[in-house]
Design a protein around this ligand. Structure first.
Ligand code: ADP
Length: 744
């Protein structure tokens, strides 16, 4: 058979199935007797099994009054009960006389449109279950149910309590979604059976007609699915919608046969007049439950139904509260975090829980971090470009991505549902959340195609199980829908991020921009100023020198001394100006790095020291050869010179000891070496260890330790920073200092 053929046949049969009226089967299950009466209680129709239960042949009953079976008083009570509205059922205990003596029955009577339907199920005694036994069965269950606020736990408890009462192998609570498809949300079962919890199944598994019946008739009991049904005689249509004995639809039998189910009890969960879900109880062998126990189950379920509205809204508000608390956790993490990404994805589950997703991608420009189950990096990159065009008001959500974006077909398992949150357009910041294809979560018992039956005439009988294929079509490429509160949750996260991080980052960027500009301006100004200042300074110096040389005799001693001070002050001013000039030039430099052997460089520095300062005390120890690194050799020479000169200057020891080297441990992940210059000098007090790097910051008077401009360390710092490095000092007063620096 060709595929298309197959599909047409299936569709036709399915429609057929939907049309076949299951409330007019003309037969009942064999565990009781059914009588159809007119409103005068004359017997019009009976099930064929009257002999077995009532010891009368159908013909002995048809056309007779009910009083031929049941005593007058009971009949009067039954008649009296029928004044109630159509559809409501009444129960009696009745005894019927047979040749073997009295037999007892549970009698259920209700009015259909034009008839009265009376059903009898044999029971052991004429007295019903005592109030105390009833109370014992339900009181505990009800108390527990009422003290369980959470919907899922509540329904789980209901399943467990019902299983205790009826002793079935499996009790499941199904919930229908808006499309009528269902999922198992609670389950109590024999330990050795596989769990169906969490499974989804198609709307067509329970046809519309059956649903309507479940809504009207709250309990359906089938003690033996495979027991042959018993026909009603004479043949005439009668509405058995509310009959407790109504025979089982063959499709329902086939469906449950597939699952190995032999007996079942289904109780409806009604919320605000609508069928909210079902409690479905399965047993793998035929099993009878007395009418009374069934009524107890129905009663319990009615309590469950009445609690549902409350519990459902409670669970929704619980879920919303959970999302809210996640939001505030995010708010806190983000506002405190140094690393924005970490704040978002640690712990990973929190980001997913925020919208109940299976995976997420945090995209900050080109940097993408994947969390949970997601498409691969390349696919995410492409998806963002497309998704960006779909976003309105910073959000885009779909539960059927592959239908809108065909490339998503390859990763439908991870992302049939997509939620995109745009955080910043300019920066290209997004968070994407993914949900898997629903079909991935379906794994109903048995092969769905097994129950497709080819009849003798070649036609296909479609039982609900086969509708699975059709449902697969509708849920294929689809995820569970995104709830409004989840979208709100995503938006709240955006607000938090924008409010805290981006604003902070924007402020910082602004400050940086201004700083950079003022730095540049300052450098340019400093250069111009110091350059221009040098000329008049030179003039002051020259003229003071001339005055001293040629006119000193015209001045008294004091006057000469003043002139000498002018001269030395102008010299000092020149050194200061030179320092500023050097620093401002550094700020403007475009550095050319080159591979530099620091051993050679240091040798040059030491040689210079020896030559220019006739430094005889110079005792520099280099424990191991230095490295060859990429740097600007002239500037790095300056750093070593400055540090070396300080190490010598600020030293009271008769034998100054200086060590230059690099540490065995490296800074950061890139393995940048940490260089050091160590001395056994006077040391630096803790509160000065940062300030000494400021321009013109000196800790001593001009006269002490050979004087200085206070610019040396500022220049060293600037050079190190130009190499993207860092400089710092460790020191013990009276023992010595170690200056560390890195050059990246
Ligand atoms: P200066 O030109 O005064 O040496 P620096 O910027 O090089 O200026 O140093 C700033 C101050 O830091 C110095 O005045 C000195 O007090 C202190 N200092 C620098 N290096 C050392 C050192 N190795 N030991 C102790 N003090 C130091």
């Amino acid at each position: 058979m060709s595929k298309s053929h197959d599909k047409t046949a299936a569709t036709t049969s399915l429609n057929h199935h939907d049309r076949q009226p299951i409330h007019l089967p003309g037969s009942i299950q064999p565990h009781g007797v059914l009588l159809v009466l007119d409103t005068q209680l004359e017997i019009l129709q009976v099930s064929e099994n009257t002999k077995k239960y009532l010891d009368r042949q159908p013909d002995d009953l048809l056309g007779k009054s009910l009083e031929c079976l049941i005593d007058r008083q009971k009949v009067a009570a039954i008649r009296h009960s029928l004044v109630t509205e159509i559809g409501s059922t009444n129960n009696f205990k009745v005894s019927i006389m047979t040749e073997d003596g009295d037999r007892y029955f549970d009698c259920v009577v209700h009015r259909s449109q034009s008839n009265v339907i009376l059903e009898l199920e044999p029971t052991d005694s004429i007295t019903g279950i005592s109030f105390f036994s009833f109370h014992a069965l339900v009181a505990g269950a009800i108390a527990k149910m009422q003290s369980t606020p959470n919907l899922t736990e509540f329904l789980q408890l209901v399943a467990e309590e019902l299983q205790k009462i009826i002793g079935f192998d499996r009790v499941m609570v199904y919930k229908f979604d808006l499309q009528g498809a269902g999922s198992v949300i609670a389950e109590a079962k024999r330990v050795d059976l596989p769990s169906y919890l969490g499974l989804h199944y198609p709307a067509t598994d329970i046809p519309e007609q059956s649903k309507e019946l479940y809504r009207r008739c709250l309990l359906r009991f089938i003690p033996n699915l495979n027991a042959p049904s018993v026909k009603l005689v004479p043949l005439m249509p009668v509405d058995l919608s509310l009959s407790v004995l109504r025979s089982v639809d063959p499709c329902c039998v086939a469906f449950h046969d597939n699952m190995g189910v032999a007996a079942m009890l289904v109780i409806s969960l009604i919320q605000e007049g609508k069928l909210w879900g079902l409690i479905s109880c399965h047993h793998h062998n035929p099993k009878y439950i007395t009418y009374e126990v069934r009524k107890i189950c129905e009663f319990l379920t009615q309590i469950v139904s009445s609690e549902l509205t409350h519990k459902v809204s409670q669970s929704e508000s619980d879920y919303k509260a959970k999302l809210k608390s996640l939001q505030s956790e995010f708010l806190e993490s983000i506002s405190q975090a140094d690393n924005f990404i970490d704040a978002l994805i640690k712990p990973e589950i929190r980001l997913l829980d925020l919208v109940s997703a299976g995976g997420a991608a945090v995209c900050l420009g080109d940097q993408i971090t994947l969390v949970g189950t997601t498409p691969d990096m390349e696919a995410v990159r492409k998806l963002i470009v497309w998704a960006d065009t779909q976003v309105t008001d910073n959000l885009f959500a779909t539960d059927s991505l592959p239908k809108l974006y065909p490339e998503a077909l390859i990763f439908k398992e991870a992302a049939s549902g997509l939620l995109v949150l745009r955080i910043s357009t300019v920066r290209r910041y997004y968070i994407l959340w993914f949900r898997p294809e629903v079909i991935q979560t379906v794994n109903w018992a048995g092969n769905p195609h097994d129950s497709l039956k080819v009849e003798a005439d070649g036609s296909i009988t479609l039982c609900p199980r086969t509708s699975f294929a059709r449902w697969q079509e509708t849920v294929r490429l689809t995820s569970l829908p995104w709830k409004t509160c989840e979208l709100d949750s995503a938006l709240a996260l955006r607000n938090a991020i924008v409010g805290i991080v981006l604003k902070g980052a924007d402020d910082l960027a602004q400050i940086n921009l201004e700083l950079e500009r003022s730095n540049q301006e300052l450098a340019a100004f400093a250069y111009a100023a110091s350059h221009d200042l040098k000329e008049p300074l030179r003039g002051i110096y020259n003229f003071s020198t001339i005055l001293l040389e040629d006119y000193a005799h015209l001045l008294d001693d004091e006057g000469v001394e003043y002139l000498q001070t002018v001269l030395s002050l102008s010299q000092r001013m020149e050194t200061l100006i030179n320092a500023v000039l050097q620093l401002s030039q550094l700020g403007q430099a475009q550095l050319q790095f080159q591979a530099t052997d620091l051993n050679e460089l240091l040798n040059e520095v030491i040689e210079m020291f020896r030559a220019s300062r006739q430094e005889l005390r110079l005792n520099v120890h280099i424990p191991k050869p230095l490295l060859t690194i990429q740097c600007h050799p002239v500037l790095v020479n300056e750093v070593f010179s400055n540090l070396l000169s300080n190490a010598l200057k600020y030293n009271d020891q008769p034998e100054p000891y200086i060590e230059i080297g690099y540490l065995d441990t490296f800074a950061g992940q890139t393995g940048t070496p940490i260089f050091y210059v160590q001395d056994n000098g006077i040391g630096i007090q803790e509160h000065h260890r940062e300030t000494i790097f400021r321009l013109f910051k000196r800790l001593h008077s001009q006269e002490k330790y050979g004087g200085g401009t206070g610019a040396g360390l500022a220049i060293a710092k600037k050079i190190v920073e130009l190499h993207n490095g860092r400089i710092w000092v460790e020191s013990t007063v009276g023992v010595g200092s170690i200056f560390y620096f890195t050059l990246k």
